[in-house]
Design a binder for this molecule. Structure first.
Ligand code: BG6
Length: 493
């Protein structure tokens, strides 16, 4: 449906995500004139507050987190469309009031019954909210559209994800279900396909004939912050690998789709996930490493270990670091290891895809220079966004010395270039009804399958945590995972 008029209903309107990401994204969209002409926002929370109080809080969040400065006129336009409603998500009377309120707003804003229901709440509420929306007649109306946007975590394992999916798709059709992986909203993730499939000098060599290995890294310097109670349920495997890391892997490894059509792209992505090497407990022991940070330093300051963080029990065995070596079992990738690494309290913040090419035969130059450096192609996702390329060249002046040189394209380095935020893109797409940058159910299903085997194996052993100090590159076993293959973790600063 091309009619973008709608009301965005946010469950979890007073939460962190709404304040830090969603409202600033709406403001940015208002600045770039991408919000529909007929539009309103209803934020639902459990605390009592007036529309005025709520708008004032949103104003402050936008000031702190939006990428554009606060302009009185833009804010004025946006704020008059924002409403706050208080009720308990399990309470029927709240939904009766909501249905009525939305209808009144439809008249005022000409929003025609179209809705996006954004679930920015703890996952245990996902099911009850969609059921009550249906019970109170707020979905599947014939003359309008209703979509659900769902935050992660989508389940805690395959079986709970299936149950959840059944509940959601019992109410919203798959095409109206927008499962969020905010990494897909990042500029450089959308760029991966373009870099791969729009460049003749890359596409033909993007395979096991020319590539030695691929490293996918997403490291953060922050610790768990105040999210201890959530993180205890998740750990790095569920928090980062099941979603963001596997999405990065998929986009890096997928075959070119036949077109840019949503389903064509998603089909290719699913094929990658379905050809991931199947892990056995032995392989998990061998090719997956988990870690947890102890006390150490971050940016020169002493910081506590994970077990001393707020809301984390002192004996916690939750992992804050994961490294994985995995193969993709298809013709393109047979024999090329993918090394995945993610962790908190690392010495640097960076998300990168590093493609290391094979070496040329040591016939001409290697004899003079020892080992030549490999060609590297690095897709830099964040904080710098760009592409880095390393190749060999003759050192000027020297008779026969060869050195690696670099070309470094940075797309967000110039100050005036301020990339759109992931949530901005995702909200914009959901308003337009484009679900390409959201995860389809079978993607979720395959990624849980992969992650479940790892989690099940881990449950059988007690890890020796903490095993890396805050501010270090992770546990020693992660270095061994790659060094035993004669390789090393790379990071392009
Ligand atoms: C979230 C995780 O999904 O992604 C966080 O829950 C993590 O733990 C975050 O810090 C990283 O996102 P970004 O956009 O900062 O790379």
């Amino acid at each position: 449906d091309t009619d973008t008029s709608c009301i965005l209903v946010i469950f979890g309107g007073t939460g962190d995500l709404t304040h830090r990401k969603l409202m600033p994204a709406l403001y940015n969209l208002q600045c770039t004139q991408k919000l529909p002409g007929n539009f309103a926002v209803v934020a639902i929370g459990r605390r009592e507050k007036s529309n005025e109080d709520y708008r004032y809080e949103v104003y402050n969040s936008i000031k702190n987190f939006a990428r554009f400065d606060m302009h009185a006129k833009v804010w004025q336009n946006l704020q008059q469309k924002i409403y706050y409603q208080r009720f308990n998500f399990t309470d029927d009377s709240g939904y009766i009031g909501l249905a009525d309120f939305l209808q009144r707003l439809d008249e005022r804003y000409q929003t025609r019954g179209n809705r996006i229901f954004y679930l920015a709440v703890a996952p245990e509420y996902f099911g009850v909210i969609v059921e009550k929306l249906q019970a109170h007649g707020m979905v599947r109306n014939k003359t309008s559209w209703q979509r659900a946007m769902i935050e992660k975590p989508f389940g805690r394992d395959l079986s709970s994800a299936r149950q959840l999916n059944k509940k959601i798709t019992g109410v919203f059709a798959e095409k109206n279900t927008y499962r969020i992986d905010h990494y897909l909203g990042k500029e450089m993730l959308q760029n991966i396909m373009v870099i791969r499939f729009a460049n003749m000098f890359l596409e033909p060599i993007w395979n096991n004939q020319f590539i030695d290995n691929i490293q996918i890294t997403s490291c953060e310097m922050v610790g768990v912050e105040n999210r201890g109670s959530y993180y205890e349920q998740a750990g790095a495997l569920l928090d980062m690998v099941q979603n963001h890391m596997l999405q990065l892997l998929t986009l890096t490894a997928m075959e070119p789709p036949a077109s840019l059509n949503t389903e064509a792209i998603r089909n290719e992505k699913v094929k990658v996930l379905s050809t991931l090497q199947e892990f056995t407990p032995d392989l998990v022991q061998k090719n997956v490493v988990r870690g947890q940070y102890g006390s150490g330093t971050a940016q020169g300051k002493p910081v506590p270990g994970y077990r001393q963080e707020e809301l984390v029990p002192p004996g916690s065995n939750t992992e804050t670091f994961v490294a994985i070596k995995v193969n993709i079992e298809n013709f393109r990738w047979a024999g090329v290891p993918f090394y995945i690494r993610t962790g908190k309290r690392m010495p640097f913040k960076a998300t990168q895809i590093i493609v290391q090419f094979k070496s040329l035969p040591p016939i001409l130059y290697a004899r003079l220079n020892g080992q030549l450096h490999s060609n590297l192609l690095v897709i830099k996702i964040q904080p710098q966004e760009g592409v880095f390329f390393q190749f060999n060249a003759k050192k000027p002046g020297a008779q026969s010395q060869i050195v690696p040189v670099q070309m470094d394209f940075c797309q967000n380095c110039p100050d005036e270039l301020n990339s759109p935020e992931a949530y901005e893109r995702l909200l914009f797409d959901a308003l337009r009804g484009d679900s390409t940058l959201f995860t389809r159910w079978d993607e979720v299903e395959h990624s849980w399958r992969f992650v479940d085997t790892i989690a099940a194996t881990w449950r059988q052993y007690t890890p020796d945590f903490p095993n890396y100090p805050a501010g270090h590159r992770g546990p020693r076993a992660a270095e061994e995972l790659i060094s035993r293959d004669g390789r090393e973790w790379l990071h392009i600063g």
